[in-house]
Ligand binder design. Structure first.
Ligand code: AHR
Length: 492
C-alpha cells in the first residue's frame, strides 16, 4: 500500500499551461504530410492544413507550438518561406534526410496554423547560419504595425495586421547543430542578437536563450552569469533514450521488461536535471524571473525498420504514455521554474502525439496522456507527500508511482498517477488535508502488453476509458491502480 497526503491548503504556484506545449520541426513527415498537405490535396484541409490533425490538436488545447526547429532553425532563412509558393526557393534539409524542402510551409502558414488551433506561436530564430539583420527583419515583418519595408512586404503577402508573437528563441542547440559554439561565445552572440529582437507596439517578446544539453551545468552557469539579465527563458533539452549510445538506442516497439525499466528510470532523470540547473539559475536569479524552458523532451528510439532513418519515425506504445505521464508530473512539480515544455515532436516524429499515413490519422498513447492531463493547465499545484514503495528490477529500483495534484479555478482537485510497475496493481490511500471531498471520478490509460500501440488497423487499442476503482470515504481516497497504468482523477 502507498500512503499519500494531499495538503489542499498548501498551494505551490500556478502550473503554467505552456508546460503542455508542443514542437513541430521541418523534419521527416511532421510538417509536410503531418500538418501541411496543400490546398489542392485530396486530404480534406483548411487552406492547406489537414482538417483531421487540426481538430485533434485543437481538442488538446495546445497552449504553445514551437517551430521551425530544432536543428532546422539554424539553417532556415525565413525570407525563402514567404510570397507566392510557386516562387519560393528550394533548399536541402541537410540535417534530416537530405530531402528537398520547398518552403511551402513558412511564416504565414505557421501563424495560420497557430490561429486555427488556438496556440501561441514560439518561433526559433537562426543564430548558427543567419545574420542579426535577418533576425531583426523577421521580428519587424511579423510584429510591426506601422509602415516599413518589412511590414509592407507582409501586407503585400496578404497579412494586413501584425501578428502577436510572444515567444522567440535565439538559436537552437548552439553547442551542437546550431554552430558548435562554446558557452562564452554563444553568450556574447546571445547578447548581440537579442538586442535587435525589438518590441513593436504592444508586442513584447519573451526571449529564450539556448540552454544546456542534458547535464552541461557549465553551460547554464556561463549563460546565466554573462547574459541572464537579458533573457526571459533558458532552454533545456533532454531525450529519454533506453540504450547507452546513440547507435543502438533500442526499439520503440519491441522491448522486454529490462528495457521498460531502464527507459522509465531515464525518464525520471529529468527531475535531477531540472533541480541542478535550477540551483545554478537560483545563484544568478533568486527570484526565478528567468523560466527554464524544456523545449525538447521525449523518447528517442531507433527509427522504425524500413523507414528513412533521417525522418526519425518511431512507434508509440504504452511505455511512451508512462514517459509522458511521469515527465509532465515532474514539470508540474517544478512549476516555480519550469515555465514551458515542448514534447518532440507533434506528428510522425519521435514521441509523436499523432501518426498519419496519407489520408489516415491515429492518436498515439502519448496523445491521450496530454488529453487526460490538460486539466492541470493553469491550475494551482498542491503540496503532495508520498510514502513511495520501490519497483525493483534486478539489482536496481525506481519509485513505484509518480503523482501530481492541482486544484483548478472551480475548486476541482485533479490527481494524475502513474504506476511504473508493469506487474503489480497498487493500492493507494490518499488523505486530504485542508479540504473536505466526497466525490471522485476518473479516466485510465492502460493495456495488457507493455508495448501495446495503436495502428491504422487497430487505432483504438490504447485509449482512455472511465476508471471506477477509486472511492472516497470520510475524506480518504482509496485507489486500486492497475499495473502499468496512468490514471487522472477528479475529486470534488
Ligand atoms: O528533435 C530532433 C532534434 O533533436 C532537434 O532538431 C534538435 O534540436 C535535437 O537535437
Amino acid at each position: 500500500m502507498i500512503n499519500v497526503t494531499i495538503n489542499a491548503d498548501v498551494k505551490k504556484g500556478t502550473i503554467n499551461k505552456n508546460i503542455y506545449g508542443h514542437f513541430a520541426e521541418h523534419l521527416g513527415r511532421c510538417i509536410y504530410e503531418g500538418i501541411w498537405v496543400g490546398e489542392d490535396s485530396h486530404i480534406p484541409n483548411t487552406n492547406g492544413i489537414r482538417n483531421d490533425v487540426m481538430e485533434a490538436l485543437r481538442n488538446l488545447k495546445i497552449p504553445v507550438l514551437r517551430w521551425p526547429g530544432g536543428c532546422f532553425a539554424d539553417e532556415y532563412h525565413w525570407k525563402e518561406g514567404i510570397g507566392p509558393r510557386k516562387d519560393r526557393p528550394y533548399m536541402i534539409n541537410t540535417h534530416w534526410g537530405g530531402v528537398v524542402e520547398n518552403n511551402h510551409f513558412g511564416t504565414h502558414e505557421f501563424m495560420m496554423l497557430c490561429e486555427l488551433i488556438g496556440a501561441e506561436p514560439y518561433i526559433c530564430g537562426n543564430v548558427g547560419s543567419g545574420t542579426i539583420y535577418e533576425m531583426q527583419q523577421w521580428i519587424e515583418y511579423m510584429t510591426f504595425g506601422g509602415n516599413s519595408t518589412m511590414a509592407d512586404l507582409r501586407r503585400a503577402n496578404g497579412r494586413e495586421k501584425p501578428w502577436k508573437l510572444k515567444y522567440f528563441g535565439i538559436g537552437n542547440e548552439n553547442w551542437g547543430c546550431g554552430g558548435n559554439m562554446t558557452p562564452e561565445y554563444y553568450a556574447d552572440l546571445y547578447r548581440r542578437y537579442s538586442t535587435y529582437v525589438r518590441n513593436y507596439g504592444d508586442n513584447t517578446v519573451y526571449k529564450v536563450a539556448c540552454g544546456p544539453n542534458v547535464d552541461d551545468y557549465n553551460w547554464t552557469d556561463v549563460l546565466m552569469k554573462k547574459a541572464g539579465h537579458l533573457m526571459d527563458g533558458l532552454s533545456l533539452h533532454y531525450y529519454t533514450i533506453p540504450g547507452s549510445f546513440w547507435e543502438g538506442k533500442g526499439s520503440a516497439a519491441e522491448f522486454d521488461e529490462g528495457e521498460w525499466f531502464i527507459t522509465l528510470k531515464k525518464a525520471l532523470h529529468i527531475d535531477e536535471l531540472i533541480k541542478k540547473h535550477s540551483t545554478i539559475m537560483d545563484k544568478y536569479d533568486p527570484d526565478k524571473r528567468v523560466g527554464l524552458i524544456v523545449d525538447e523532451w521525449g523518447s528517442w528510439y531507433d527509427a522504425e525498420p524500413g523507414t528513412n532513418p533521417g525522418f526519425l519515425f518511431q512507434q508509440n506504445t504504452l511505455r511512451d504514455a508512462l514517459i509522458a505521464g511521469i515527465s509532465l508530473n515532474i514539470f508540474n512539480s517544478h512549476c516555480d521554474r519550469v515555465q514551458m515544455a515542448n514534447i518532440a515532436q507533434t506528428i510522425n516524429v519521435l514521441q509523436a502525439i499523432i501518426h498519419t499515413e496519407d489520408e489516415k490519422m491515429l492518436l498515439t498513447p502519448t496523445y491521450h496522456i496530454f488529453d487526460m492531463y490538460k486539466v492541470h493547465q493553469d491550475a494551482e499545484l498542491l503540496d503532495v507527500h508520498v510514502k513511495n514503495t520501490m519497483y525493483k528490477y534486478g539489482k536496481d529500483a525506481i519509485p513505484q508511482i509518480s503523482i501530481s495534484s492541482s486544484v483548478d479555478k472551480d475548486d476541482k482537485i485533479h490527481i494524475s498517477m502513474c504506476n511504473l510497475d508493469p506487474n503489480g496493481e497498487l493500492e493507494v490511500v490518499c488523505e486530504f488535508r485542508g479540504t473536505s471531498r466526497t466525490e471522485v471520478s476518473g479516466t485510465i490509460l492502460t493495456a495488457t502488453e507493455m508495448n501495446a500501440m495503436n495502428t491504422f488497423d487497430n487505432p483504438n487499442k490504447v485509449a482512455p476509458t472511465s476508471f471506477d476503482s477509486a472511492t472516497i470515504v470520510d475524506n480518504k481516497l482509496t485507489v486500486s491502480l492497475p499495473a502499468k497504468s496512468v490514471v487522472v482523477l477528479e475529486v470534488c
